[in-house]
Every structure is written in structure tokens, then in C-alpha cells.
Design a protein around this ligand. Structure first.
Ligand code: HSE
Length: 430
């Protein structure tokens, strides 16, 4: 049996706690599978009260993680500090410079600095692994880099944020407003006290930028991800979606065509019979389209102590087995630069909902705007009767360019009879 793989964990929150427990509970199994013991030698957390909580028998405690990045008796550091800058970044850089492998669950760090960290790791002859950064327990990075290595991938998309999926599912099932359901999700611990990263699509955008890089063999370009969250989704739109045969999901979608890569995170209407439409609650799912494998969907828990620890420890097992797959599937020098496709050139179908005064001539004005911008109407629904008041009008379009839809929205919003800003949701048919 080889020497133990000596591991130090920085950050003992939910994932750190899960990792600590998994390594203890499954020690023998991990040893058999890795061919060597995976041994925790040090742990750090800013809250020294955690020291007792983790009953650190034989494990060295640090209030400050940084010395672990330089310690002679550490082979791998597990970075669970979080944040794209500051301590987490310096900790990883220091560990790499000191010849240590790095395992991280930090999607923000990888989305912003993944290429440079992976280059430093490559030059130092160590591994940087980040399976836990995307979709928690779903082994999607391994699937893209290894199981699907034979395929030219054309698209990868998914439900990448459990908080948003929980909120959208609960809104659909209960008919309640977004803010009501968000407050409940916060009480239940499914949403952070500051939920912005989740509900504004930033967390999903981090994950999508990473997926696009691995799937297409290009440098991560987080800035090129278009992102839009779920704050404006209303029960009215969810009801219309049902009526039209769709469900609303926050999706991250990356696709490659004609030398360009489109990366976008936004609410989508998707056919309710599509497999991904049935992924509900806090679950995540990732779908890949490959030229030989065809379409593949993986579903599972995208967060939580157990699933995320499962991903962290799988990376440790790889390192213990001396697997040296390039961080983004190809060596850093061979990664392409992304040529981003701007969102104005997105081509797709659209749902637009208007609130309009119930008076003659309004639909004619809306239709004129669609005609003037060469947008072809698929369906038009008007509900209710409210002489002198506002009624909702829904338009769905055939495939068209986003820049034309934006012009229509601007024109229609300026009509006297339109009482609220129009709402637009993109339709995906897959
Ligand atoms: N906050 C994320 C989610 C989990 O709601 O899916 C961690 O990325």
C-alpha cells in the first residue's frame, strides 16, 4: 500500500463538515478504491468554536488556513472558504506554489480565475480539481472530461441552481408570489439570507462558464455569460406557461455553432414533457448533446453536505489514484479563446406578456410593431374583460432575432394603452 494522501481542509461549514464525515465514515472503502489511505491531517476555520465540534482527534487545528498551504505534511488542500478573490484565491495560489494539489468547491473562484490557477497548477505539476463547484453531487465535470471525451459537444445546459428551481416549483404548485416563496425558502434554509447570487442568476452563470470551458475546450469567459434571474417571474406568467404547455425553469445554456459560443442564464419556457421540465424542487440536472453519444441527462442534488462532499472526495480519490486529467480537458496552452455570441444575436422564440387597457385598437398597434420588425406571431391570447381597466395579452412568436424583440418591447411599452412594462420570457424547444 502506498503512503497516505495527506489532506488539509480550509473551511468547516456545510461542505467541510460533510467532507470530514465522509472521509471518516467511508475510510475503508476510500482506501480500497484509492489504493491508499485518505488521511485528514489538518483543518482550519475562522470560527475556533468549530474545533470542539469536529472533535479533532489527531488532526491539527488552525484558526488561519494559510499555514496549511505551506505545511510539509500536506499533499492536498481542500479549499472551502468561498469567494472569487481574497483569502480563497491566495490560499490556492500558495498551495500550488508549494507543490500541493488543490480541491475546491468554489465556483466563483474557478469562473473568475480557473484558467490562471490551472496554468499555475500545470506548471507546478499538481492538480486543481473542482467537481463540487458545479451541480453538487452530479459528477458532470468528470462526465464531460472523461466519459464524453470521445464526443464533439455542441451544447450543454441545465438547471444549475437549486434555490431558483425550488422557488419556481413552489410558485407553480402553490400559485404564490415570488417574494412569499423566497421568504419561505429562506426560513427552510434553501435560500441564503442574501439570496442575490442565486436568484439573480450569478451562481448559475459561474457554473455555466465552467461547463462551457470544459465542454468546448476554451478558456473560461465569465464576463461573456448573459445572465438574468427570476425576480420578475409572476404567478400570471406561470399560469400562461401551463396553458401553453410549458414550464418555467431557470436554465444555463451554452452552445457552440459557427465558431461562436453562446452562454446564457435566464428563465425559459420549456415544453412540460421535456425530461428537464420534470426536475423539480432543489434538484439540479445537466444535459449534454454530443455528436456520437446524442443527448444525455444527469439529475441529482446540487447542494447540501452529503452530495457536495461526495464530489469533493471523488476528486481526492482521483488524486490518490494519480489521475492527471487536464483541468479543462485539454492542456491550458491548447484551450481556444471564446468567441462570444452577443445576446442581441440570439435567435429563438419568445413569450411576451402585456397589461393593456381593454379598449379597441390596442392589438392592432401591437401587431403593427411585430410586423414592422419582421417578427412572426405564433399565438395571441387575451384573457378577461375589464372595460376601462387592464387585461393581460400574451403573444408568442416564431423564431426571431433578440434585437428585433427588444425593439418591439420598447415600442409596445411606449403605447398609451400599455399599463406596465412588458414581460418577456424566452421559449426553448430543445
Ligand atoms: N446556492 C446554490 C444553489 C448551491 O442554490 O443551487 C451551491 O452552488
Amino acid at each position: 500500500m502506498s503512503d497516505p494522501l495527506r489532506v488539509a481542509i480550509a473551511g468547516l461549514g456545510t461542505i467541510g463538515g460533510g467532507t470530514f464525515k465522509l472521509i471518516g465514515d467511508n475510510a475503508k472503502l476510500l482506501e480500497r478504491r484509492s489504493g491508499r489511505e485518505i488521511r485528514l491531517v489538518a483543518a482550519a476555520d475562522m470560527e475556533s468554536s468549530k474545533k470542539k465540534e469536529f472533535a479533532l482527534g489527531g488532526i491539527r487545528w488552525h484558526d488561519d488556513a494559510m499555514p496549511m498551504a505551506e505545511a510539509k505534511d500536506v499533499d492536498v488542500v481542500v479549499e472551502l472558504i468561498g469567494g472569487s478573490e481574497g483569502v480563497a484565491k491566495t490560499f490556492c495560489e500558495t498551495a500550488i506554489a508549494n507543490g500541493k494539489h488543490v480541491v475546491t468547491a468554489n465556483k466563483a473562484l474557478i469562473a473568475h480565475h480557473g484558467t490562471e490557477l490551472a496554468l499555475a497548477a500545470e506548471e507546478a505539476g499538481v492538480v486543481i480539481a473542482y467537481e463540487a463547484a458545479v451541480a453538487g453531487g452530479i459528477p458532470i465535470i468528470k462526465a464531460l472530461r472523461e466519459g464524453l471525451a470521445a464526443n464533439r459537444l455542441t451544447r450543454v445546459y441545465g438547471i444549475l441552481n437549486g434555490t431558483c428551481n425550488y422557488i419556481l416549483t413552489a410558485m407553480r404548485e402553490s400559485g404564490r408570489e415570488f417574494h412569499d416563496v423566497l421568504a419561505e425558502a429562506q426560513e427552510l434554509g434553501y435560500a441564503e439570507a442574501d439570496p442575490g447570487f442565486d436568484i439573480d442568476g450569478v451562481d448559475a452563470a459561474h457554473k455555466l462558464a465552467i461547463l462551457a470551458s470544459v465542454a468546448f475546450g476554451c478558456e473560461i469567459n465569465f464576463k461573456a455569460v448573459y445572465s438574468e434571474g427570476i425576480r420578475h417571474i409572476s404567478p400570471l406568467d406561470i399560469g400562461f406557461a401551463e396553458e401553453l404547455g410549458y414550464r418555467i425553469k431557470l436554465l444555463g445554456i451554452a452552445s457552440r455553432a459557427n465558431g461562436e459560443i453562446e452562454q446564457r442564464v435566464h428563465p425559459c419556457m420549456i415544453p412540460s414533457e421535456a425530461p428537464i421540465a420534470t426536475v423539480e424542487g432543489v434538484f439540479n440536472a445537466v444535459v449534454t448533446d454530443g455528436d456520437f453519444v446524442d443527448t444525455l441527462m444527469q439529475e441529482g442534488r446540487g447542494a447540501g453536505a452529503g452530495p457536495t462532499a461526495s464530489a469533493v472526495v471523488a476528486d481526492l480519490v482521483d488524486i490518490a489514484r494519480s489521475c492527471r486529467t487536464p483541468a479543462f480537458a485539454v492542456p491550458i496552452a491548447d484551450l481556444d479563446k471564446i468567441s462570444p455570441k452577443p445576446m442581441e444575436r440570439h435567435h429563438g422564440a419568445y413569450y411576451i406578456r402585456l397589461m393593456v387597457l381593454d379598449q379597441p385598437g390596442v392589438i392592432a398597434d401591437v401587431s403593427a410593431s411585430l410586423r414592422d420588425h419582421d417578427v412572426s406571431l405564433e399565438q395571441l391570447i387575451q384573457r378577461g374583460r375589464a372595460p376601462g381597466g387592464a387585461v393581460s395579452v400574451v403573444v408568442t412568436t416564431h423564431e426571431t432575432d433578440e434585437e428585433d424583440i427588444l425593439k418591439v418591447m420598447e415600442e409596445v411599452a411606449a403605447l398609451d394603452a400599455v399599463t406596465e412594462p412588458p414581460r418577456m420570457i424566452r421559449i426553448e424547444t430543445f
